[in-house]
Design a protein around this ligand. Structure first.
Ligand code: COA
Length: 460
């Protein structure tokens, strides 16, 4: 890779500049820190617009294209921080000082070795399975490494849950009008103190370190190679690359991976985060909750899109085929993977970083340059077809795969790598939510029949 850390920083600073200037006319967010309840909002299918919790972990402003982790801008974090600092920030709500970071790093290093989990996982014949399915099982099996959670005293107590039997209390206030709901989150006394315990946090650290090790071992197994033992001298991103490839990465490769991990670490109440939180809200344990997050992330509408993008670009083959491909796809009302977002109606800030980074990294590799040029042409052509008013832009998944390929990573591992990063957001939000837990329980509007009489099968 013929570039420098300073070049990478310059690319990110430039992307930040562009992001600020292009959305400067968008209004500032309505509420930015202290939340004033009740909040009146519009709710749509898929719980679009519904409020699932109050959180200090992170903030996405779709209109302005902002992504904030506990107060810090994603551009700054990508330019100057590390995944260790960022995951600490998400979990603890503040940047670590030198002593806190040293202690945290040592804990992550101590949790990198998940040999017991790997022995169990490998006995399941994962080479014939899908990588995300394997990772989901691996994260669930990690619980066995952490035996104190199996002791009765280590478990969350059912009386920590609040009002678990929702159907026995009067139903919620009906939405006002057709599409409006009023949200009132009353402050309650902290009940689930156990989640704040040292054991609760240790399990979060264990998962942040362990999901990376399991992902690397799965990648190796898929290639018919032995897993690589972690290297305690390396940082999180460098060690992950080392465990994936068996080679110690260059400082540039390490930096690229670190940035990729930072910018996928959290993203509001997305589907996989919500899935993890729903599982955790039943006071199931955090390993099973993260398993739910991994399962939700695997779908092509969510994290699975990064692998789909690469398949799509390889199918298109060359930039000169892009326009016709886009025309055909959109005229058949099919979606383009790596485009569009439920929240962003401005250019996704993560794609703003990954696009120019990919452009810089592919230089000198003819195949990678062709794939990148194809992606740029798809972006140009799709952008022209969608038009400015539709506000559909490339999302985080559009360029991430091209960046991973420059690190020698194969497409089947793109979505698991998303999980290696997002596990920080999942555990941070689960940990935060459990401090004032309420079991998730939305409702469905019943539109089925009543009073049907049972007919024996031979009379139907
Ligand atoms: N390609 C083509 N059209 C798209 C599109 C895409 N990737 N994403 C959205 N649209 C269009 C839809 O066809 C729809 O058009 P219409 O109003 O004419 O029917 C409109 O934009 C709204 O789409 P919808 O799917 O309802 O938006 P959403 O908010 O529910 O969906 C996604 C968000 C991410 C699920 C959606 O953009 C998508 O499926 N993208 C592709 C998968 C992907 O990249 N996922 C990763 C997300 S980080």
């Amino acid at each position: 890779m013929n570039t420098s850390i300073e070049d990478i920083q310059a690319v990110i600073e430039n992307a930040a500049q562009k992001a600020r200037s292009e959305t400067s006319t968008e209004p500032e967010p309505e509420f930015t820190s202290h939340v004033k309840w009740p909040i009146n909002c519009t709710v749509g299918p898929g719980l679009e617009g519904a409020i699932a919790c109050e959180s200090k972990v992170g903030f996405v402003n779709g209109a302005k294209g902002w992504l904030i982790y506990s107060g810090y801008d994603i551009f700054d974090l990508c330019a100057y921080s590390t995944y260790e600092e960022v995951s600490y920030l998400l979990l603890h709500g503040h940047m670590p000082n030198a002593a806190e970071l040293k202690d945290y790093n040592a804990r992550l290093v101590s949790y990198r070795s998940v040999n017991k989990t790997l022995r169990r996982l490998m006995s399941l014949g994962i080479e014939e399975m899908n990588a995300m399915a394997s990772l989901r099982m691996g994260s669930n099996l990690m619980r066995q490494d952490f035996t104190h959670l199996d002791e009765i005293t280590g478990r969350a107590r059912p009386d920590d849950a609040i009002g678990a039997d929702e159907d026995s209390i009067p139903m919620e206030t009906p939405p006002k009008g057709e599409a409006h709901a009023i949200y009132e989150f009353k402050k309650r006394k902290k009940r689930a103190e156990r989640s704040d315990s040292a054991e609760g946090l240790e399990a979060c650290y264990h998962l942040i370190a362990g999901v990376a090790s399991i992902t690397a071992a799965i990648a190796r197994t898929f290639q018919g190679k032995m897993p690589v033992e972690p290297d305690p001298e390396l940082g999180h991103a460098a060690n992950f690359l080392y465990m994936l490839t068996g080679k110690r990465p260059t400082p540039i490769e390490e930096r690229v991976m670190d940035i990729a991990l930072i910018l996928h670490a959290d993203h509001g109440m997305n589907a996989s985060t919500f899935a993890a939180m729903v599982t955790a809200s039943t006071l199931s344990d955090i390993y099973l909750s993260i398993g739910s997050g991994i399962a939700a992330l695997s779908g092509p509408l969510h994290g699975g899109a990064n692998e789909a993008v690469m398949i799509q670009l390889q199918k298109i083959g060359a930039p000169e085929n892009a326009n016709q491909w886009v025309e055909k796809r959109l005229s058949r009302k099919k979606k383009i993977s790596g485009f569009g977002h439920r929240v962003y109606k401005a250019y996704d800030p993560r794609a703003r970083i990954l696009g120019p980074m990919a452009e810089m990294l592919v230089k000198g590799d003819a195949d990678a340059e062709r794939i990148f040029a194809t992606a740029r042409e798809v972006e140009r052509s799709a952008g022209a077809r969608f038009g400015a008013e539709k506000k559909i832009f490339p999302n985080v998944d559009f360029y991430s795969g091209i960046v991973y390929q420059t690190l020698g990573i194969r497409p089947e591992m793109f979505t698991p790598i998303f999980a290696v990063s997002r596990v920080a957001g999942w555990v941070a939000r689960v940990h935060e939510y459990l401090q004032n837990n309420r079991i998730y329980r939305p409702r469905a509007m019943y539109s089925g029949s009543f009073n049907l009489k049972y007919v024996p099968i031979d009379k139907r």
